[in-house]
Write a protein that binds this ligand. Structure first.
Ligand SMILES: Nc1nc2c(ncn2[C@@H]2O[C@H](COP(=O)(O)OP(=O)(O)OP(=O)(O)O)[C@@H](O)[C@H]2O)c(=O)[nH]1
Ligand SMILES: [K+]
Ligand SMILES: [Mg+2]
Length: 467
């Protein structure tokens, strides 16, 4: 079985897509810089980019070097601005096509005049949103996960999001997925060897047996990646549940962390009934804080429902802050009875009212944070600790599956592997190879190596014009 041949098939699938989409050879142009700056950047990509540059700047400068140029309207000859002209011949450009860049003064009239002059050159048209990146993908300059990483990088709101997006934009996830796919294709080739050499007695059983440990290892890696919430934590924000007994000060804590009055506070136990969620940037990290009903024997049907919801949401959290009222007693010995996988920190609240040093059972010692939700004492330390917790979680050896699209592909691939593994001994070689092929296909869709025409609009719609 020729592995080269297999990947050649998928490569030609990409090429066919590329030809279909870029055919016609339009040259596109757009303002690629944000509005309002002193300098604006106009980018051009396509076969006429060099000619357009000559038409405006008078000549095609040396590749990849900035040249000062007077920019003139190609028809009237009027000087529109003076700026820097750059020439990036394909295929070693960002889009893989011939590209040109004009760095001009950022004034609205200047930008409109120069862009108008560029578009007056025959064969040029305005770029659509994400079209530069789309061409880069279609010309094999980046895979889909990199394109998505780039969109995330541009949209990053927090530093943690920026770091993760950067890793994806520069191909870390794509490389990992391609590695999975290559290993899967190798395993599939082994199984197919059984089909091709069915008459030679010793080959089939042997080749199949060789493939199995690889498929098991792949399935395990996919499941680990799927179970890993790091990506979701950074992209959607860590879910932090605030739980505790009634009147511990949970709502006061959420108000203090959010720095506004989001929850009702009162000295009446059982004030909070429903879940209350606030999304915020906590020291550079996107988080969702959830205030919950105090956990106790409910006194009414409404409270019982609130407590049921509180328990359910706490079970989904990435981190649980168990708020304890220090003024009610300095020592907390008993671990609260909640079912959750996430780490649970003890937040000892109301230190302003605690007599003497608070003390805790030894099992708590490592994760106790003493605060006062009303005076603000200890809150900066708590915020910092939450930040470190999220950083430590989010930054691991392998970049995680951050998008629903990535998770869906990985889950689909894993479902086929699981089916193959459970029926390994009974399935025909053909059927077994087919399951592996479907798994490889699902992974290929993640990077865009195969069958993604229908996905492109969805992925590139996220970009703005000029990107
Ligand atoms: N002195 C002091 N009082 C506090 C502190 N935090 C909360 N309180 C008071 O404790 C009482 C209960 O506060 P809440 O924030 O409503 O407590 P909760 O845990 O949300 O209560 P439930 O929603 O009823 O479960 C209120 O009277 C608050 O003003 C604190 O750090 N110091
Ligand atoms: K209360
Ligand atoms: Mg409350």
């Amino acid at each position: 079985m020729d592995l080269q041949e297999k990947s050649a098939i998928t490569k030609s699938e990409i090429d066919r897509g590329a030809v279909a989409s870029v055919a016609g050879g339009d040259t596109i142009a757009a303002v690629s810089s944000g509005s309002g700056g002193a300098v604006a950047v106009i980018r051009l990509s396509g076969p006429q980019a060099g000619r357009a540059l000559e038409a405006l700047a008078g000549r095609r400068p040396e590749p990849r070097r900035a040249h000062l140029a007077r920019l003139r309207h190609p028809a009237s000859g009027e000087v529109l601005d003076q700026g820097l002209a750059l020439w990036f011949p394909g295929p070693r450009s960002a889009t893989g096509e011939d590209m040109a860049e004009l760095q001009i003064h950022g004034g609205r009239a200047v930008v409109a005049a120069v862009l108008g002059a560029v578009l007056a050159v025959p064969g040029l048209r305005p770029a659509e949103a994400g079209e530069f990146t789309r061409r880069a993908f279609l010309n094999g300059r980046m895979d889909l996960t990199q394109a998505e990483g780039l969109a995330d990088l541009i949209g990053a709101e927090t530093q943690a999001q920026r770091r993760l997006a950067f890793a994806h934009a520069f191909g870390h996830l794509g490389q990992r997925v391609e590695d999975w796919r290559r290993r899967l294709i190798r395993a599939m080739a082994l199984v197919e060897a059984g089909i091709d050499f069915a008459d030679e007695d010793d080959v089939p059983a042997g080749a199949r047996a060789l493939a199995r440990p690889e498929v098991e290892a792949l399935s395990l890696e996919l499941e680990t990646a799927l179970a890993d919430r790091r990506g979701a934590m950074v992209r959607e924000g860590a879910l932090i549940a605030i739980a505790g007994l009634p009147n511990a000060g949970k709502s006061s804590l959420i108000n203090a962390l959010a720095q506004r009055d989001v929850a009702i506070v009162s000295d009446e136990p059982g004030t909070t009934r429903d879940l209350l969620e606030v999304a915020l940037d906590l020291g550079g990290h996107k988080v969702t804080l959830v205030d919950t009903a105090g956990l106790r024997e409910a006194t009414s049907k409404v409270e019982a429902e609130g407590i049921r919801r509180a328990r359910a949401r706490v079970a989904q959290a990435d981190l649980i802050l168990w708020v304890h009222d220090l003024s009610a007693g300095p020592v907390l010995k008993v671990c609260p009875s909640i079912e959750a996988q996430a780490p649970l920190w003890l937040v000892a609240n109301k230190i302003d009212r605690a007599a003497g040093e608070p003390s805790y059972a030894a099992s708590w010692a490592a994760q106790v944070r003493a605060v006062s939700a009303t005076s603000g004492e200890g809150l900066a330390e708590l915020t910092r600790a939450i930040g470190s917790f999220i950083s430590a979680r989010a930054e691991g050896e392998h970049p995680a599956l951050i998008r629903a699209r990535h998770r869906a592909s990985a889950a689909e691939a894993d479902a086929h592997l699981a089916l193959a593994l459970t029926q390994w001994e009974t399935l025909d070689d053909e059927l077994l190879a087919e399951e592996l092929r479907l798994a490889a296909r699902a992974l290929g869709r993640m990077t865009g190596a195969i069958g993604v025409e229908d996905l492109l609009d969805v992925v590139f719609r996220e970009f703005c014009i000029g990107k």
